[in-house]
Design a protein around this ligand. Structure first.
Ligand code: NAD
Ligand code: TYD
Length: 349
């Protein structure tokens, strides 16, 4: 089987590529990635020489290149993770998000359709990896279900919602075999330190201010990245065609509580006096249109496929902090050069 994974050099993609290369010896795993600021081949050192793995540098927005790639390789399945993924950047540069997340996805769908086999009985899946942010923002009560109406509120979530709709439309119109997964916030090794958890770890490590947007009362549902990767594996292989599955951590945290937990954990790890890191907390101007709360009901994937989160938050955070402390070179590399160029914090301290 030839499987194309897009965005495999990024945070979640690198875990998925590693999992598939190590687990499925009889598959050939192609990793297509443009290597934007968020893509890093260091994330894949462990598998780079594996005989069932091939890296292809390329842009999903380059339609001719994508058509050619599919024509030559006739992939048996696609797991599509490549995207612009950070809400703050989408507020600054929405066009980049619309281009990659919508048009890039459409190019893949068109190329997949064109290279579709005449054997309609064969399982040949386009798995679109998406976010719970397409459902909008929750109040104190309730959780997102697969049937929750879409209500995206940032350029990022609007672009992902649009791509979800395209995937669904291609299923209904052209009978492409698709599955869509909508997952909550991931954390773990390899995440670019613009997202909350690695940003906080990096700033504590360097004794820099920890920017808390607004009052820090927004709530996110956190899932360890390896658990997400396991869910994607299951849905790709066993998910019902044309269905959506929500994936979540059953693990809701107010930002400020999570940040304080990290402060305590890192004071211990770095042998600092208790309370040192908490003094770095700095309340800053809120993100425009900041979604208040995300929470996932993942009953469907549990009942249908037997998936549930396995890594406790204590354990996951511990492993994550350990990884960032042990991989200072990785952090230094990604936070220098291009990073400085791209990283413009628009919020006033
Ligand atoms: P990431 O930003 O870490 O990685 C994205 C990868 O896509 C990078 O390797 C980048 O180089 C590549 N890429 C970007 N534009 C490209 C293009 N035009 N052509 C080819 N490659 C391109 O993102 P992530 O956090 O790993 O997220 C992966 C996917 O999962 C995204 O689709 C995202 O919407 C979704 N998702 C993320 C989370 C989360 O918490 N991070 C949660 C739910 C869903
Ligand atoms: P983020 O990691 O950007 O993920 P998302 O916005 O996609 O959920 O942010 C997680 C939460 O943390 C969100 O409520 C915004 C907040 N946040 C801060 O308070 N400070 C920061 O520096 C960042 C990056 C995020």
């Amino acid at each position: 089987m030839k499987i194309l994974i897009t965005g495999g050099a990024g945070f979640i993609g690198s875990h998925v590529v590693r999992r598939f290369v190590k687990k499925y010896y009889d598959y050939m795993i192609f990793n297509l990635d443009k290597l934007t600021y968020a893509g890093n081949l260091e994330n894949l050192k462990e598998v780079e020489d594996a005989i069932n793995y091939k890296f292809i540098k390329g842009d999903i927005c380059d339609r001719e290149f994508i058509f050619n790639l599919f024509e030559v390789n006739k992939f048996d399945g696609v797991i599509h993770l490549a995207a612009e993924s950070h809400v703050d950047r989408s507020i600054e540069h929405p066009m980049d998000f619309l281009t990659t997340n919508i048009f890039g996805t459409m190019n893949l769908l068109d190329a997949f359709r064109k290279s579709m086999s005449s054997d309609i009985d064969k399982r040949r899946i386009f798995h679109h990896v998406s976010t719970d942010e397409v459902y909008g923002s929750l109040g104190d009560e309730g959780k997102f279900l697969e049937t929750t109406p879409y209500d995206p509120r940032s350029p990022y979530s609007a672009s992902k919602a649009s791509s979800d709709h395209l995937v669904s439309a291609y299923h209904h119109t052209y009978h492409i075999q698709v599955v869509i997964t909508n997952c909550s916030n991931n954390y773990g090794p390899n995440q670019f330190p613009e997202k909350l958890i690695p940003l906080v770890i990096n700033n504590i490590k360097n004794s820099k201010p920890i920017p808390v947007y607004g009052k820090g009362e927004n709530i996110r549902d956190w899932l360890y990245v390896e658990d997400h990767s396991a869910a994607l594996d299951l849905v790709f292989h066993k998910g019902r065609i044309g269905e959506t599955y929500n994936i979540g951590g059953l693990n809701e945290w107010k930002n400020i509580e999570l940040i304080k937990t990290l402060c305590i954990m890192m004071d211990k790890k770095l042998n600092r006096v208790p309370g040192y890191s908490e003094k770095l907390i700095t309340y800053v101007t809120d993100r425009p249109g900041h979604d208040m709360r995300y929470a996932i009901d993942c009953t469907k994937i549990k009942n249908d496929l037997g998936w549930e989160p396995t890594v406790s938050f204590d354990k996951g955070l511990e492993m994550t902090v350990e990884w960032y402390l042990a991989n200072s070179d990785w952090l230094n590399n990604v936070t220098s050069g291009n990073y400085q160029q791209y990283y413009k914090k628009q919020y006033e301290y």
